[in-house]
Design a binder for this molecule. Structure first.
Ligand code: ADP
Length: 404
């Protein structure tokens, strides 16, 4: 029997998201989420996709990541899909920061794990949780290949002109300060899927990808390779996001320290957790913001305008970076669902060959689709992202290669 299943794990500081896929045909066998690990109110929600039936929920304290993964394993076992199954080929881990070293998915051994740990100072919020997830999974199935798929990998093709900040080179290099970019798995998947939608090879198309979820980033992809992206040293740079400010003059930090009397940690929380849409209007859910705008709420309308203004600036910037653009593509929670965002972001860009067809834009669908009118020079598309499938694909391909 060939092992064809891949378990994808996305470990956060207090959560674990998982999906089990069968790579023989790409079907999803199970999915779920453990939240609030370490608290009294931990919750596991399991969707038995292949086994059928309603989703199952467990509440009550799940002490740590190991307990969480054991609970996930129990749920999978109840569906006959346990972690001990010989049909499991590998576990694929989402790892946020791979620095410059990891340009490809990588089979995890002790040296790789040590290198991911070495990157903790540049990803203090994310890599420790990813490391815990990897350690736990390795302890549960030491015999099984475990693969790290890095959020930064797709962006390692950026030229130095896009990746470097214009600050003292020696200081930057000493502290590994440069633009790494994130959401790479999504940008890779969506740019490839867009080429497919256009009926072309990835090498032949230039695409601007707008990944608009709660976190949001844009990327310029030339012939399948990333040449610029909006997130930087951390996911804080770039677009206006749900709770992150995106671009802001770094002197805002000096000002808030010197004049506002705030500590660095307070400003960190301010810019990452209390800014963006939530800072501007109190809501970070685009559905709620649209409801408020429809009810005449000016604060919500201004938040929306600031969000769109920044988005439009990035479309223009990446148009200039690429020179020729074949498609602008929207993805993730907001990009896939919020027609008004897509319409507003492209409005007024007809001179650049960009337009949205109102009717096509209002169609709700889970499929990749074009929303530009036939006459438009540049395609505008909606392509649902699938980071789990991409991680599973990359994991399975690598394990297959190692075994052959
Ligand atoms: P992340 O993975 O970054 O947490 P998602 O890609 O799941 O985020 O996007 C979540 C966001 O998508 C929500 O905060 C909400 O603003 C937006 N969203 C989801 N569904 C809709 C919808 N039907 N209409 C508008 N916005 C939506």
């Amino acid at each position: 029997m060939t092992a064809t299943r891949v378990l994808v794990l996305n470990s956060g500081s207090s959560s674990v998201k998982y999906q089990l896929l069968d790579m023989a045909d790409g079907t999803r066998l199970a999915a779920g989420l453990v939240e609030r690990i370490g608290e009294e109110t931990s919750r596991l929600r399991h969707e038995p996709l292949a086994a059928g039936g309603d989703s199952r929920e467990r509440t009550g304290r799940i002490a740590d990541h190991e307990a969480a993964l054991r609970a996930v394993s129990d749920e999978l076992s109840a569906d006959g899909l346990g972690l001990d199954s010989p049909e499991l080929a590998a576990i694929g881990h989402r790892v946020v920061h791979g620095g410059l070293k990891f340009t490809e998915p990588t089979v995890i051994d002790d040296a790789v794990l040590a290198e991911i740990e070495r990157l903790v100072p540049v990803a203090p919020l994310h890599n420790p949780a990813n490391i815990t997830g990897i350690r736990t999974a390795r302890a549960l199935r030491p015999d099984l290949p475990q693969v790290a798929v890095f959020d930064t990998a797709f962006h390692t093709t950026m030229p130095e002109s896009a990746a470097r900040y214009a600050i003292d080179v020696e200081t930057a290099d000493r502290h590994r300060v440069r633009r790494y970019g994130f959401h790479g798995t999504s940008h890779a998947y969506v740019s490839r899927a867009t080429a497919k939608l256009l009926g072309k090879a990835p090498e032949d198309v230039n695409v601007i990808v707008l990944h608009l979820g709660n976190g949001a980033s844009a990327s310029a992809v030339r012939g399948g390779r990333c040449v610029d992206t909006s997130m930087g040293l951390t996911p804080l740079e770039g677009l206006v996001m749900g709770t992150r400010s995106g671009d802001a003059d770094p002197a805002v930090i000096f000002h808030l320290t010197r004049v506002g009397g705030m500590s660095i940690d307070e400003i960190d929380v301010l810019l990452n957790k209390k800014s963006g849409l939530v800072g501007l209007c109190g809501d970070n859910d685009m559905r709620e913001i649209r409801r408020r705008i429809d009810a005449g709420d000016e604060q919500a309308a201004l938040a929306f305008d600031i969000y769109i203004h920044r988005l439009k600036k990035y479309i223009g910037a990446y148009y200039a970076v690429l020179g020729r653009v074949d498609a602008v593509v929207f993805t993730a929670g907001v990009g896939e669902n919020a027609a008004p965002v897509r319409e507003a972001a492209v409005a007024g860009l007809e001179e650049l060959g960009l337009a949205v067809d109102g009717e096509l834009n209002s169609v709700r669908s889970d499929e990749a689709r074009l929303i530009s009118p036939e006459y438009a020079r540049v395609a505008v598309a909606v392509v649902p992202t699938d980071e789990e499938l991409e991680i599973a694909d990359q994991t399975y391909a690598l394990v297959g290669k190692e075994n052959s």
